[in-house]
Design a protein around this ligand. Structure first.
Ligand code: GLC
Length: 421
């Protein structure tokens, strides 16, 4: 598997190599019609470097509908900003097909940037049920689920085994091991993604949801965050930083930095997406790690539902080709490669029960449960603003600038200003 170095990349445009000829099977995937021709596909940073080679396959068999991959930054916020700038621009935008984060569908649909898609053209029935919801807005399908995601707790199995300790199921067990075992091995205790960006919104929402709280209700119109559960969730993370079993350095981590800290052998526990499990298996800690569901205060916690959906720009140059490409990328073969080459969780349910895949990716059953029980991020047509406020306020609580109680009250006030503007 090719792992790409992700640090410090700006806008990287990858023109996908085009060779070969049309295969007979290629035309049969989706119904015909007009609107065929070349496409651009914009995506957030491809952390496992699998997508370019995968699209070469499409380009070989669809020379008249070749795709150019436009790779935007690793951070979801920066990708969102670049896509939004492009789509807001006067002309039709540079991107025909957009690989959008699951929580952007409402905003992009409400703004008229992406077009409704015919349900019968895509195999929605073979997807894991929660992912289809992320692609709908006001009852219509505006995108097609492409990859899903759920957070897992990665741990150093070698160390817990040596200490005769089971992987933690509760926050108290996690905290105890992070506080007492990690220092014996000169390791940091626990980390997630705590830099102020989308990843912090995810980690904060997971802490709040795991404690039984919520952030917004309704379609983003009701603010529900001012609760004892939210104080407990944010308080758990803030206490970790204050007491040192969450290393301060974790306040600067996105996915990649946190993954590196774990695979370089500097952490006992890490919350991350499953791609980090695969990556760790090829690192210094290979054979020494395990992955379990995220813990919560009194038992298993809750993951936020991650992943991305493929949407079509309202002004796409070739909408029929765009739909055909999406059908290809969500087909069984490509979905298998999304897992085996991209280390990303596929949306097709059957793959989670495939014995050969389960042997190769033993975390698949745990991941399936985590996805099926995951909670969506607050749904709002102003999701980008909601997330920015969550990140800023929670980061202040984690750095100790504000108590969890004050932070949660301030969050409620600021979210209220967005929800009822
Ligand atoms: C992963 C998830 C995505 C999330 C992002 C946060 O890419 O799939 O949904 O927004 O991480 O950093």
């Amino acid at each position: 598997m090719r792992w790409k170095r992700a640090a410090g990349r700006g806008l990287l445009v990858l023109a996908v190599v085009l060779t070969g000829c049309v295969s007979s099977g290629a035309r049969a995937e989706v119904g015909g019609g007009g609107g065929r021709g070349p496409l651009t596909l914009a995506t957030a940073g491809d952390l496992t470097g699998y997508l370019g080679p995968l699209l070469e396959g499409w380009n070989r068999t669809h020379p008249a509908e070749r795709v150019t991959l436009v790779e935007l930054p690793d951070s979801a916020d920066e990708t969102h900003a670049q896509m939004a700038t492009d789509l807001r621009g006067g002309d039709r935008g540079r991107f025909d097909v957009l690989n959008i984060d699951v929580n952007w569908t409402s905003e992009f649909a409400a703004a008229g940037w992406i077009r409704p898609l015919p349900r019968d053209r895509f195999p929605l029935d073979s997807f894991l049920p929660p992912v289809v919801d992320t692609a709908t807005y006001e009852g219509r399908l505006y995108a097609v689920p492409y990859v899903t995601n759920a957070g897992l707790l990665l741990y150093r199995k070698d160390i817990l085994d040596r200490e005769g300790v089971q992987p933690p199921r509760t926050w108290a067990e996690l905290e105890h091991a992070a506080r007492t075992i990690a220092p014996k091995y000169k390791l940091g205790g626990y980390a997630g993604q705590f830099l102020p960006y989308e990843g912090l919104t995810v980690n904060a929402a997971e802490a709040v949801y795991s404690a039984g709280g919520s952030i917004l209700g309704g379609e983003g119109t009701r603010v529900t965050v001012d609760s004892a559960a939210a104080r407990e969730g944010i308080g758990f993370l803030a206490r970790g930083v204050r007491e040192g079993w969450i290393p301060r350095e974790a306040l600067t981590y996105k996915e990649e930095e946190s993954k590196r800290a774990f695979q370089d052998g500097r952490l006992l526990f890490l919350r991350n997406w499953p791609y980090a499990v695969v990556s760790a298996q090829g690192s210094k800690v290979a054979g020494k790690i395990g992955a379990v569901p995220l813990p919560g205060p009194h038992g298993p916690g809750k993951s936020v539902l991650g992943g991305s959906d493929l949407a079509v720009n309202t002004h796409a140059r070739h909408p029929d080709s765009a739909a055909r490409l999406i059908a290809y990328l969500t087909g069984e073969d490509v979905q298998r490669r999304v897992l085996t080459e991209g280390a990303l969780p596929p949306v097709r349910a059957a793959l989670y029960a495939d014995p050969a895949l389960v042997r190769r990716f033993p975390y698949l059953p745990t991941l399936r449960t985590a996805v099926l029980t995951a909670a969506p991020r607050p749904k709002s047509p102003r999701y980008d603003q909601v997330s920015l406020v969550v990140q800023a306020v929670v980061h202040d609580a984690l750095t100790g600038h504000e108590t969890p109680g004050r932070a949660v009250r301030r969050l409620a006030r600021e979210l209220d200003a967005i929800a009822n503007r």
